[in-house]
Design a protein around this ligand. Structure first.
Ligand code: IPE
Ligand code: IPE
Ligand code: MG
Length: 245
């Protein structure tokens, strides 16, 4: 399958909703926390394969604004896993020349997570092979609301006029402003919804859903998604004839 992938037609930005850890664990008679622990290997595999394939931007939905409603114990495990993974994967990020970033309401995260996160973000800031963005305490509506508030302030203070506001002005005030639009959005676990992820940025993304639970997702599953992506015709409102001209 690998040989069929066209390395010149890779999406610039792949975003993944890593879903199904809990259900994966329950098929094994284990608790949800076991599922989260096993999700880490999938992250490692996907990050390494993305670098290998020359994907420039990978964004992973690791914890949503809505996930704060989960049981305290589960949130605690997820936060601890995050700190542990940032520590254990740090060298690999350096060796692969990967730049780590985070989007979301980062100041809502426990201090231990913030400290580890900013440590890795600072140390990898000059890396250039791939940007790995973790969406943490992230919600797209919250992100858009905050952009609208900032623009409202600018208008109120006469720094811009409402007529100045266009796509790019809005984009500039999103926390993903340094990233290109999403080309391919993958969701694992069989759910076919977006769950408040990158609503603005996926306007023209290709959507790919797979029944594979996140802890089972590996290189070959990413390749399958990319292969499907490469078969799609992205028309951006134009006709097929125009695209092929
Ligand atoms: C994804 O798996 C991980 C997070 C949302 C943090 P889930 O924990 O949502 O697993 P399911 O969907 O309940 O199986
Ligand atoms: C979306 O998964 C969030 C992450 C993968 C981090 P959820 O499991 O929280 O989504 P819903 O609630 O089923 O839509
Ligand atoms: Mg889920």
């Amino acid at each position: 399958m690998k040989s069929e992938l066209n390395l010149d037609k890779m999406p610039a930005h792949v975003a993944i909703i890593m879903d199904g850890n809990g259900r994966w664990a329950s098929t094994k008679g284990k608790n949800r926390l076991f599922g989260h622990k096993n999700g880490v290997q999938a992250v490692r595999a996907v990050v390494e394969e993305s670098v290998r394939l020359g994907i420039k931007h990978l964004t992973l939905y690791a914890f949503s604004s809505e996930n704060w409603q989960r049981p305290k114990e589960e949130i605690g495990t997820l936060m601890r896993l995050l700190v542990q993974s940032l520590r254990s994967e740090f060298e690999k990020l350096l060796n692969n020349n990967i730049k780590l970033q985070a989007v979301g309401e980062i100041d809502e995260l426990p201090q231990s997570v913030q400290d580890e996160l900013f440590h890795v973000i600072n140390k990898t800031a000059n890396n250039s092979n791939m940007t790995l963005t973790l969406a943490l305490s992230y919600g797209a509506r919250q992100e858009i609301t905050s952009a609208v508030k900032k623009l409202g302030e600018l208008v109120k203070n006469n720094l811009i006029s409402p007529d100045d506001i266009d796509d790019s002005t809005i984009n500039k005030h999103l926390c993903t402003h340094k990233l290109p639009d999403v080309d391919l959005l993958i969701r694992t676990s069989g759910e076919q919804r977006v769950s408040n992820f990158l609503l603005w940025q996926i306007a023209y993304a290709e959507l790919y859903f797979t029944n594979v639970f996140w802890p089972d997702f590996r290189e070959q599953n990413l390749q399958a998604a990319l292969l499907e992506y490469q078969k799609r015709e992205r028309r951006f409102g134009k006709t097929s004839a125009q695209i092929n001209a």
